[in-house]
Ligand binder design. Structure first.
Ligand SMILES: [Fe+2]
Ligand SMILES: [Fe+2]
Length: 319
């Protein structure tokens, strides 16, 4: 078995191959479509950059700190999860430790200017992941590096055409492929900008749509890395309770929690991580192992939702 067939959990990984070119925001091609992302390729990529980029504190970049607070305060679910005492103390201090290369943060400006959904989503997953990571830090050993995984998970979406990212209706298969490609693209970007062929942040970008039961993408591997799974749970939760281009309305908090507890029931997510998310929604914030989760269905999902629907064209093909 070669090293590139081994995942971090030691399981066999099929080869990951780029479906599309990966280019930086200023048009520099990092890797062409068809490149197999094996160890040699990633090591070459990590050594390629000659520029020494400034390292910038994420919360101090542009309007990030003010936008993050405004997003938290404008959503009643987040106002409950992040009371002022939490935002102002440990969690914000934890988030303040995140320092990243400038070109990575410039991608946030790109989203702010061009795709506000993604900009807001990235900052909210940052806050949620910092909260869960902070609460679970004794068990998980979360560090500033891990906390940075929240805002970086969807960085590869700079490679997805805005017309597809913002499409309101069902997608064709090729369009869906381009969205899924953000996982490989983020892996390439972060390996290059962080100059590290084994970067944790790059792995999160690659694996945050993988699932414990192997039902995710891009490889359909069984996700075993705890930090990545926490990002994945935060990612799904934020997408459910906030507006998305592909559906009318949002899941109310109850419906969103029900979707995620269903995923835990099916083995898609770990119960203890899902219980932690439920616990931060409860008054008094019980310990997650004391948090009893009802499986009753009382939430209200949105009436119209095109997520996951693949549209066939006139010829009957979905490409
Ligand atoms: Fe994603
Ligand atoms: Fe996401």
């Amino acid at each position: 078995m070669t090293s590139d067939q081994m995942g971090n959990s030691g399981m066999i990984r099929k080869g990951l191959e780029l479906r599309y070119d990966v280019k930086t925001l200023d048009g520099q091609q990092l890797l062409p479509a068809g490149t197999r992302l094996d160890r040699d390729v990633m090591e070459e990529l990590a050594c390629r950059a000659t520029t020494r980029w400034p390292q910038v504190n994420l919360l101090d970049y542009g309007t990030v700190r003010a936008d993050l607070r405004a997003f938290l305060m404008s959503n009643s679910v987040y106002r409950n999860i992040f009371p002022e005492a939490v935002v102002g103390k440990g969690v914000e201090a934890f988030m303040t430790t995140v320092i990243l290369p400038l070109p990575v943060l410039q991608c946030l400006s790109y989203f702010k200017d061009n795709d506000y959904y993604t900009y807001r989503h990235i900052l909210m997953v940052f806050a949620l992941y910092a909260l869960l990571g902070y609460d679970m830090r004794a068990e998980m050993g979360a560090t500033p590096l891990e906390v940075a995984a929240g805002p970086m998970h969807d960085l590869g979406k700079v490679c997805v055409p805005l017309s597809i990212l913002q499409m309101p209706g069902p997608l064709r298969r090729a369009q869906r492929d381009k969205i899924e490609h953000h996982t490989e693209a983020g892996y390439v970007f972060l390996t290059y900008y962080l100059r590290d062929s084994e970067s944790f942040l790059a792995r999160v970008a690659r694996d945050h749509h993988e699932r414990r039961d192997g039902s995710g993408y891009p490889l359909g591997m069984r996700l075993e890395e705890r930090h990545v799974e926490v990002v994945a749970v935060c990612d799904v939760y934020d997408a459910l309770i906030n507006p998305r281009p592909y559906r009318n309305g949002v899941y109310d908090n109850r419906a969103a929690i029900e979707i995620i507890t269903d995923m835990a029931e099916k083995g898609t997510f770990s119960w203890d991580i899902v219980r932690r998310l439920v616990a931060v929604n409860r008054k008094g914030r019980p310990a997650s192992d004391e948090c009893v989760v009802s499986l009753d269905k009382r939430g209200t999902p949105p009436a119209e939702n095109c997520y996951g629907i693949i549209q066939e064209d006139e010829s009957g093909s979905d490409r």
